[in-house]
Design a protein. Structure first.
Length: 222
């Protein structure tokens, strides 16, 4: 049994939103990692009346096991890539393999941008950026997202997640100004183990959440 449990992503988002609402944040913008981070981010954006946007990041899976990350990539003018050299070596991910994985990931990110209508990102310069996911395991995707966001010169970066192992949170702390994590179980297993309902978030749901978020944050762009 997991040490901490959430009913589903929206329930986790509401708990996280209540924690964040205890503070006053200067000009906040919520950046969710699709797809699982979007329902969580929606609840936070709703509570804080802040715009909701996406961090278009993709995990780079290991050879023979796409769910096991050797790194991650965030798109942009200069795509940000983070590779765990130890994991890459352990799984036999060669430089050529990683290059092919990067190209495939960027193609998928491009496809999702079109589907989600996320072609005009909300400006984060000089703002408080709250980066949200449904949980963090190894931290490779979160690391890539945080390093990419820092280049956009926000005033402050806050990492907000429902659950993550303590060592991962510690490894990411230097990349942001503050970390808010509701549960940091030492017996972590996997993100999904801490949810009663961890069904996959669909592309259609992402589009719907972004559309609904525009109702309370007109600044959000399509």
């Amino acid at each position: 049994m997991p040490i901490s449990s959430f009913q589903d992503r929206r329930a986790a988002g509401k708990e996280l939103a209540s924690e964040l609402a205890k503070r006053i944040w200067h000009d906040p913008v919520i950046l969710a990692l699709p797809r699982g981070g979007v329902p969580v981010g929606f609840e936070i954006a709703k509570k804080l009346r802040a715009p909701l946007d996406l961090v278009m990041v993709r995990k780079l899976g290991a050879p023979g096991n796409k769910e096991f990350a050797v790194g991650a990539i965030v798109d942009g003018e200069n795509p940000q890539v983070v590779i765990d050299a130890d994991v890459a070596r352990m799984t036999g991910a060669s430089d050529a393999y990683i290059e092919r994985a990067k190209e495939a990931a960027l193609a998928e990110i491009g496809r999702r941008r079109v589907i989600y209508g996320a072609m005009n990102p909300v400006s984060v310069k000089d703002r408080t950026v709250i980066v949200v996911d449904d949980g963090i395991a190894t931290g490779s995707t979160a690391r890539a997202a945080l390093e990419s966001i820092r280049q956009a010169r926000p005033a402050k970066i806050v990492l907000a997640v429902p659950v993550a192992p303590p060592d991962t949170i510690a490894s990411l702390a230097s990349l942001c100004d503050e970390v808010i994590c509701l549960a940091k179980p030492r017996s972590f297993q996997a993100v999904g183990a801490h949810y009663a309902d961890f069904g996959q978030t669909s592309d259609r749901e992402v589009v719907e959440y972004l559309a609904r978020a525009r109702e309370f944050s007109p600044e959000q762009t399509a």
